[in-house]
Ligand binder design. Structure first.
Ligand SMILES: NC(=O)c1ccc[n+]([C@@H]2O[C@H](COP(=O)([O-])OP(=O)(O)OC[C@H]3O[C@@H](n4cnc5c(N)ncnc54)[C@H](O)[C@@H]3O)[C@@H](O)[C@H]2O)c1
Ligand SMILES: Nc1ncnc2c1ncn2[C@@H]1O[C@H](COP(=O)(O)OP(=O)(O)OP(=O)(O)O)[C@@H](O)[C@H]1O
Length: 278
């Protein structure tokens, strides 16, 4: 099987671009085809394509930090992705840059031999407006609903319902609904629990609530509804980047997205990674 690979290198990162060039050379020498994102294609001798047109590739490699991988996941899922870590934290990217050429060419050789891409599925969350016609891009980390802004005077009253049953209602900066993958991100900053990535669960954490309830962990196929009042405006945000302005009173439902992310390559050891969170 001729394997088609897409490569997205963190924008304006020469080290990521150099690694992308080495990957293109190694993959083409191995008989695979490789294209790169347009920003990288302007910097190295490789075929540039829009990231969102890589959705017909067999594998997309992200070279950068967590944010670049989150970006790639938004643009190309359900195509399997692999993360090479050049970032400040790199909690989502398991492959060290010095191993990237060997690991990627080994995975591509396996795909060529078997015709299958072996990876693990990471759940995502979808946020949808109730009585409003919008849906955010699926979140690998979390969905946040917050008032006009973080901090004094920017909050809102948000009622949390779990499969229709009321769990909490308080004035707060916001409420976040996280995946196990995202339990180490914004959720952790807001006092939510760490959830091992092998756990099937969804986490609901209030953000600076005046009458707070403990964070709640529920089964993945649960519908969380967040009703926002007592604010002139509010936002629903997916993975910190994709946002929808709300006109309170407004209700947002958060539930499991139909398509998970398939992450390929060696799995980072969760416990070894925790020192990155200090
Ligand atoms: N106050 C906060 O803690 C805060 C604010 C905004 C965004 N975030 C997080 O950043 C994510 C978006 O990442 P970005 O790089 O596009 O934004 P960004 O540039 O604001 O980076 C946020 C930081 O979160 C880290 N991060 C992202 N996903 C992570 C994960 N699953 N586990 C541990 N750390 C993780 C990134 O490496 C980066 O250091 C959001 O999904 C949210 O989880 C956190
Ligand atoms: N090649 C690219 N093409 C288009 N946008 C990109 C590209 N690389 C990164 N981005 C944008 O940059 C954002 C991530 O930027 P950021 O600087 O946070 O990188 P990172 O991967 O999180 O690295 P670090 O951990 O060092 O912050 C993505 O959300 C995406 O919008």
């Amino acid at each position: 099987m001729d394997v088609a690979v897409g490569i997205v290198a963190q924008r304006d990162n020469e080290r990521a671009q150099d690694l992308a060039a080495a990957l293109v050379d190694a993959l083409e020498a191995a008989g695979a085809s490789a294209v790169v994102d347009e920003a990288t294609g302007a910097a190295i001798a490789a075929t540039p394509v829009p990231v969102d047109s890589m959705d017909d590739r067999d594998l997309v490699v992200s070279i950068g930090g967590d944010g670049t991988l989150l970006f790639v996941a938004r643009e190309v899922s359900p195509v399997p992705i692999m993360g090479v870590n050049l970032g400040e934290v790199g909690f989502l990217n398991a492959v060290a840059p010095e191993n990237a050429v060997d690991v990627v060419t080994d995975v591509v050789a396996d795909i060529a031999r078997t015709g299958r891409v072996e990876g693990r599925e990471l759940a995502r969350l979808r946020a949808t407006g109730v009585d409003e016609d919008w849906t955010l891009a699926p979140a690998l980390n979390e969905i946040v609903v917050h008032g006009r802004r973080r901090g004094h005077g920017g909050g809102a009253t948000i009622e949390v319902r779990v499969d229709g049953q009321s769990y909490a209602e308080s004035h707060a900066d916001g409420v976040l609904v996280a995946t196990p993958t995202g339990s180490t991100a914004y959720n952790l900053s807001e006092g939510g629990p760490l959830v091992h990535p092998a756990t099937n669960a969804v986490i609901v954490t209030q953000m600076a609530a005046t009458e707070s309830m403990p964070p709640l962990v529920v089964e993945p196929d649960t519908e969380i509804s967040l009703t926002v009042t007592d604010a002139d405006t509010a936002y629903a945000i997916s993975d910190g980047r994709n946002r929808q302005q709300l006109e309170p009173p407004a209700t947002v439902t958060v539930s499991l997205a139909a398509d998970p992310v398939t992450l390929v390559g060696p799995q980072a050891n969760f416990f070894d990674g925790l020192d990155k969170l200090e």
